[in-house]
Design a protein around this ligand. Structure first.
Ligand code: FES
Length: 361
């Protein structure tokens, strides 16, 4: 059946809806309002149910904002970091509860409809578009949306929350905290930087809060040990004591050469060692893997990732593999009082791969 614009004008919405369905091969078996009498107690109860779900969604949405803006996001020295789980619970809960509210609204207010439709392939014409529009408009009217401003308002507000949250997440990292003080510790130096206080060499004993300093007698000839920085001022601070193990640029290898061996020091680094004890960065200058194997017979440090080898007696110059730069040396001395090693300064060169800290000063 083909109808033009004149045939459509003057028809009621209900006529258009049914005519459109019939023309499209849809047989409407049942089509009834859920609430034929508006304003009944049962209808108001149904509205309150939907509003409750929307209210819960709004609470979770607000919780998402509060967590995003106010919850501490840095990992603590110990304990469990709740920032990410809380973001997931509040953000996901908001979307889930909003979906529940939409489903409940559909169940309670959209017309009860049973229809059987045949499928066809051609694109929709003017008639189909007009009648479909009538169907949608009719559904909205029968669902009572124009009368339920509270539900529409709350739904709009709750939908806006995840949209705003997404925008906030996108630009939040670009907003500067105006009260933040510049950190004393910056990317321009490693964790061994000194500000006048001695930075001792400590070993990792498995408990970040237990401090064990390294002394010359701790290493046999030909032995190596991984060491991390320690400042006396950090002793009572669990976060700082643990942070040195998380920081990527701090690990260094303390090496005790065999008697009679000596490193061919680079210019200006003749006094960076204590006798046969030398310290170098543990980060491979190729891609930053930990250089963790020492070949005692050849005095080479070997990186397990791509087999770069560094000749310790040549100030850890690479002699095999893809690494192109020597491991930076850490200048060390022995504290007269405690007998422990300390660093007399930061690494002489930037640590890690070439692309790290390119602007090293
Ligand atoms: S990271 Fe060490 S050789 Fe590639």
């Amino acid at each position: 059946m083909t109808l033009d614009r004149r045939d459509l004008d003057g028809r009621t919405r209900d006529d258009l809806l049914r005519a459109g369905l019939e023309a499209d091969g849809v047989h409407l078996v049942r089509y009834a309002d859920r609430w034929p009498l508006p304003g009944t107690r049962a209808e108001r109860r149904a509205v309150r149910g939907v509003v409750t779900w929307l209210g819960l969604a709004a609470l979770f949405g607000i919780g998402f904002f509060v967590v995003y803006l106010a919850w501490p996001y840095r990992y603590p020295a110990d304990g469990y970091e709740l920032y990410t789980p809380l973001l997931g619970i509040t953000g996901g809960g908001c979307v889930l509860l909003l979906a529940v509210a939409v489903i409940r609204y559909s169940q309670r207010f959209l017309p009860e409809e049973v229809a059987v439709q045949e499928r066809h392939d051609d694109p929709s014409g003017e008639f189909d578009r007009t009648t479909t529009s009538a169907l949608v408009t009719d559904t909205v009217r029968r669902a009572g949306l124009p009368r339920r401003r509270l539900v529409i308002g709350m739904a709009g507000g709750v939908v806006a929350i995840p949209v705003l949250g997404t925008l906030l997440a996108a630009v939040g990292g670009l907003i500067r905290d105006p009260w933040r003080q510049p950190p004393a510790d910056t990317v321009w130096h490693s964790g061994w930087y000194t500000t006048g206080e001695r930075v001792f060499l400590r070993r990792d004993v498995g408990d970040p809060h237990k401090v064990e300093l390294v002394r010359p007698a701790d290493l046999d000839a030909g032995a190596i040990e991984t060491v991390y920085p320690f400042r006396e001022s950090d002793r009572g601070d669990p976060e700082k004591l643990a942070a040195v193990f998380d920081r990527g640029d701090t690990p260094a290898i303390l090496i005790r050469l065999r008697p009679g061996q000596k490193v061919d020091a680079k210019p200006g680094q003749d006094h960076d060692n204590v006798g046969e004890y030398y310290a170098f960065s543990k980060l491979c200058t190729h891609l930053g893997c930990p250089v963790s194997m020492f070949e005692q017979q050849t005095d080479r440090l070997v990186c397990p990732c791509h087999q770069s080898q560094f000749d310790v007696l040549q100030s850890c110059t690479p002699i095999f593999g893809p690494a192109a730069r020597p491991l930076p040396q850490l200048p060390i001395a022995v504290d007269e009082t405690t007998g422990s090693f300390y660093a007399t300064g930061d690494f002489r060169q930037p640590v890690g791969p070439e692309f790290w800290e390119l602007g090293w000063q």
